[in-house]
Design a protein around this ligand. Structure first.
Ligand code: HEM
Length: 415
C-alpha cells in the first residue's frame, strides 16, 4: 500500500453529502476514490463542495452530464485567466497561456497549427520509428528479475517519443520527463519540487532550452517537428515567450504522463483480470479493442475543469456564473448507465471507444491516435516476446486528483 493515511471506504457513504470532497489528492494516492464517485453518481450527480484546499467547486460525475458540459464551450470556459483546466487554480501571477486553456477564437487557430503533427500521414511515418524504439527498450529488459516497469518502459518510451516530436537532443531527453513532472506536481516538502519558486526556476530553464531550439528552427526551412511548426506557423510565430512556454509544457505533459500511465495501467489491468490476459495471449488481434479499454479503465486524466460564464441549470442544480466545474472523467467512465459492467476490464467490448478519457468538444485530445498507436505497438511487441509481465507488488500512485497514474510498478517478466 502506498504511503499516506488510508481512508476507509465506509467514510464515502457515511460522510454528510455536503462535506464530500472527491478531489482530495489523498483519495487518489490511496486508490480510495471509487466509492466516493459511486455515491455521488447515485445520490448527488451534480454536487457542490463548499470548501476545499482548491476552493469551492462543482463535481459532475455522470457520463451524460459530463458530455453536456464538455460540448458547451459557450458557457463553460477553459480560459487560464479564469483559473484554467484543473481543479487547482494556478496562482494569478503565474498563469501561463496555452491553447488547452484558451477559448475560441485563439484556441482554434493555435490548435490548427499544431495538429498536423499527428495527422494520419505523419503517424504512418512515425510507426516504424516507434516500433524500433519499443523493440530496443523491451530487448534490454531483465528476464526473471523484479524491476520498475514505470521507469524502464513507460517513462523511457514516452520520453523518446517526445524527443522525436520536438526533434529534441536525444541524449538529453530525460530533461523532458523532469519538466513534465515539475509542471504537474504540487509543491510540497519532499515532493518533486518543494516550493513554487523552485518550480518556476526549473520551468524557466525549460523555456531557455526551447528558446534555443526555436531560434535554430526559425532561421531554417520549415520542418516536421513541433518547434519548427510553431516557429513558422502563422498563428503561433508571434507568440510571447510565456505563451510559447505554456504550449511547450502542454505538449510535454499531454504527450507524456497520460501515455506513460496508460502503458503502466495496461499491465496492471491485465494482472487484475487474468482471464483477459489469457484471452489476449490466445488472440493478439484483440489488441485493437484492448487499447481503448486500457485508456478507459485507467482514465489517465481524472478530470478537466471549466469555469461557468453564465448561470446554468443542470440536474436540478443551478451552477452560477464564475463557479468552478469539475468534470470527473474517472467517474463518467464507470457510469453503469452508459457502460456495461463498468468496473471490469474487458478487452473485447463491443464499443470500446465509448469512453470520456480524451474529452469531447473543441478541446478533445489532439494526440489520441498517437497515444493509441504507441500502446498498440507496445502490446504487439510484448506478445511477440513473453508469456507474462507479472505485477510483483502494489504500485505507488501519484498524489494528484488530476494526473491519475503510477510512480512505480514492480514487475517480473516470464518468457
Ligand atoms: C487535450 C487526454 C495523449 C496532446 C486532451 C484532453 C484530454 C486529454 C482529456 C482534453 C482537455 C480539455 O478538454 O480541456 C489524453 C489522454 C492521453 C493523451 C488520456 C493518452 C492516453 C496525448 C498525446 C498528446 C496530447 C500523446 C501529444 C501529441 C494534447 C493536446 C491537447 C490535449 C495538445 C489540447 C487540445 C485542445 O485544447 O484543443 N488530452 N491525452 N495528448 N491533448 Fe491529450
Amino acid at each position: 500500500m502506498a504511503d499516506g493515511a488510508m481512508k476507509p471506504a465506509g467514510e464515502a457513504w457515511t460522510t454528510p453529502l455536503e462535506d464530500l470532497h472527491p478531489g482530495d489528492p489523498d483519495l487518489f494516492l490511496n486508490d480510495a476514490h471509487w466509492p466516493y464517485f459511486e455515491r455521488l453518481r447515485a445520490e448527488a450527480p451534480i454536487h457542490w463542495c463548499k470548501d476545499s484546499e482548491f476552493g469551492p467547486y462543482w463535481s459532475v460525475t455522470r457520463y451524460n452530464d459530463i458530455m453536456a458540459i464538455d460540448t458547451n464551450h459557450q458557457v463553460f470556459s477553459s480560459e487560464a485567466a479564469l483559473g484554467g483546466i484543473t481543479i487547482r487554480d494556478a496562482p494569478p501571477d503565474l498563469r501561463r497561456p496555452s491553447f488547452i486553456a484558451m477559448d475560441p477564437p485563439r484556441h482554434d487557430v493555435q490548435r490548427k497549427t499544431v495538429s498536423p503533427i499527428v495527422s494520419p500521414a505523419n503517424l504512418h511515418q512515425m510507426e516504424p520509428i516507434i516500433r524500433g524504439r519499443v523493440q530496443t527498450i523491451l530487448d534490454g529488459l531483465p528476464i526473471g528479475e523484479t524491476f520498475d516497469w514505470v521507469d524502464r518502459v513507460s517513462i523511457e518510451l514516452t520520453t523518446q517519443m517526445l524527443a522525436t516530436l520536438f526533434d529534441f537532443p536525444f541524449e538529453e531527453r530525460r530533461r523532458l520527463t523532469r519538466w513534465s513532472d515539475v509542471a504537474t506536481s504540487l509543491p510540497m516538502p519532499g515532493g518533486i519540487v518543494e516550493t513554487e519558486e523552485e518550480r518556476q526556476a526549473e520551468l524557466l530553464e525549460c523555456l531557455a532550452c526551447f528558446t534555443g531550439l526555436w531560434n535554430q528552427r526559425v532561421n531554417a526551412p520549415p520542418a516536421g517537428d513541433l518547434v519548427s511548426m510553431m516557429a513558422h506557423g502563422e498563428a503561433t510565430r508571434d507568440m510571447s515567450p510565456d505563451e510559447y512556454l505554456g504550449n511547450i509544457i502542454l505538449l510535454i505533459v499531454g504527450g507524456n504522463d497520460t501515455t506513460r500511465n496508460s502503458i503502466s495501467g495496461g499491465v496492471l489491468a491485465l494482472n487484475r483480470f487474468p482471464e483477459e490476459y489469457a484471452k489476449l495471449r490466445a488472440n493478439p488481434d484483440l489488441i485493437t479493442s484492448m487499447v481503448p479499454e486500457i485508456i478507459r479503465w485507467q482514465t489517465p486524466l481524472a478530470h478537466m475543469r471549466r469555469t461557468a460564464l453564465e448561470d446554468y441549470e443542470i440536474g436540478g442544480q443551478t451552477i452560477k456564473k464564475g463557479d468552478k466545474v469539475v468534470m470527473w472523467y474517472v467517474s463518467g467512465n464507470r457510469d453503469g448507465e452508459m457502460i456495461d459492467n463498468p468496473d471490469a476490464f474487458i478487452i473485447d467490448r463491443e464499443r470500446p471507444r465509448q469512453h470520456l478519457s480524451f474529452g469531447f468538444g473543441i478541446h478533445r485530445c489532439v494526440g489520441n491516435r498517437l497515444a493509441e498507436l504507441q500502446l498498440k505497438i507496445v502490446w504487439e511487441e510484448i506478445l511477440k516476446r513473453w508469456s507474462f509481465v507479472e505485477v510483483m507488488g502494489e504500485p505507488r500512485r501519484v498524489r494528484s486528483s488530476f494526473v491519475k497514474g503510477y510512480e512505480t510498478l514492480p514487475v517480473r517478466i516470464t518468457v
